[in-house]
Ligand binder design. Structure first.
Ligand SMILES: [Zn+2]
Ligand SMILES: [Zn+2]
Length: 72
């Protein structure tokens, strides 16, 4: 698996990472959030997603793109 963000090509190790709910591609959270305003699909495989999972803070972003707490 690549350790760079497919959007900005920066190293993901020190970033807040996020992934669409329908695949395992990993992006910087700010990149994917920005991307989702243009279209709710994965920038790599173009599958449509409904949610963005923030891998580092356990939050999920849904259709309205508000950050909500993942159900415990
Ligand atoms: Zn990025
Ligand atoms: Zn993907």
């Amino acid at each position: 698996m690549s350790n760079t963000c497919p959007i900005c090509f920066e190293d993901l190790v020190k970033k807040n990472r996020a992934t669409p709910d329908i695949c395992d591609h990993i992006f910087c959270f700010p990149c994917l959030e920005k991307w989702s305003k243009h279209g709710s699909y994965c920038p790599v495989d173009r599958k449509r997603f409904r949610r963005i999972v923030n891998l580092d803070s356990e939050t999920v972003i849904q259709g309205t793109w508000k950050v909500i707490l993942k159900a415990l």
